[in-house]
Design a protein around this ligand. Sequence first.
Ligand code: CMP
Length: 143
Amino acid sequence: MEQTFIMIKPDGVQRGLVGEIIGRFEKKGFSLKGLKFLTVDQAFAEKHYADLSSKPFFNGLVEYIISGPVVAMVWEGKNVVTTGRKIIGATNPAESAPGTIRGDFAIDIGRNVIHGSDAVESARKEIGLWFPEGTANWSSSLN
Ligand code: CMP
């Protein structure tokens, strides 16, 4: 079954959006397979965002991600990568539709509350980085 990596970023944690965000994934019907609350260091954040290392905003992005605790999660379900991105909304909150997480709760692209894997292959890599010990072995009877 398909899995995706979802991270509630430091601004999402600080604004008290953890329950709201988890609720949206749960109510959609996806299964929570892994969850941890942690603060990552610079080397780890640089690894997570390695594909963006040439971008002008890379250093600021890494500083932001290490600025406070995040909630790292693995969610499972049919088409969860694509559907998860729809639940999250466009990267730039100026373009994310109302009803999406970023559309409802974010204004600035640099403080966009949440990260979700953009493809099945990046999900596999990100889950391996954040959950090297593996994820929970259970299946919902609902899907
Ligand atoms: P995320 O889904 O975590 O993937 C990469 C992140 O880079 C993205 O969300 C944004 O937070 C950040 N990002 C992308 N483009 C910009 C930009 N132009 N300026 C600042 N941050 C950006």
